[in-house]
Design a protein around this ligand. Structure first.
Ligand code: ITT
Length: 197
């Protein structure tokens, strides 16, 4: 059988995310990295919503390459903090992607809080032949009072998904992907991509 793998640029510099999404997409699609298509600069993410940022990143890549591409943006929305860090999740504590500092700040800001409910929300913006589509996935959960686990990245050591007693960082990648915000958004993306082929 000579099935053609469909190439798609995934507009991310986050190697963890690339691995997670390639595993979810399976063999029908080959993800192309930004570096592989010559984009080494930081792509602007200046919108005030996840949807806006995902679209901004995808449009940037499409305008540079003219190739099918998608971008995602994820935020952790903590109810007791009015939805923060939300769209600012990557740069919550510092200007860089300092996961440890972000987690420390989150714990500090929730010190003594009774209500610790939160959700991860991912929005994916896809551009195929110049047409834009968006997909969303979310997972509800709570913020633990201390970090546990060493899998995953970002806020995973603090996030306990609803119905579980362990954090995302204590789960295997497969177990996390099966219920995660990005897993669910990518499932929607894949369902849609399969209708095209
Ligand atoms: P790119 O913009 O290069 O794709 P990023 O690390 O900024 O990578 P996002 O904008 O999607 O990724 O996510 C913003 C932040 O939210 C990210 O830096 C992490 O701190 C956190 N985050 C995203 N997905 C997560 C996940 O699955 N588990 C834990 N934290 C996550």
């Amino acid at each position: 059988m000579n099935r053609r793998m469909k190439k798609l640029i995934f507009a991310t510099n986050n190697a963890h995310k690339l691995g997670e999404v390639q595993a979810l997409l399976g063999d029908d699609f080959e993800l192309v990295t930004l570096r592989e298509c010559g984009i080494t600069e930081d792509i602007p993410e200046t919108a005030e919503t996840l949807e806006g940022n995902a679209l901004q990143k995808a449009r940037y890549v499409y305008s540079k390459t003219g190739l099918d591409c998608f971008a995602d943006d994820t935020g952790l929305e903590v109810d007791a903090l009015g939805g923060a860090p939300g769209v600012h999740s990557a740069r919550y504590a510092t200007d860089g992607h300092d996961f440890a500092a972000n987690n420390r700040l989150l714990l500090k800001n929730l010190e003594g809080a009774q209500e610790r409910t939160a959700r991860f929300r991912t929005v994916i913006a896809l551009i195929i032949d110049g047409v834009e589509y968006t997909f969303e996935g979310r997972v509800e959960g709570t913020i633990a009072t201390e970090e546990s686990g060493s899998e995953g990245f970002g806020y995973d050591p603090l996030f306990v998904p609803s119905g579980e007693i362990i954090t995302f960082a204590q789960m295997s990648a497969e177990a996390k992907n099966a219920i995660s915000h990005r897993g669910r958004a990518v499932a929607e993306l894949v369902k849609f991509l399969k209708t095209l082929s």
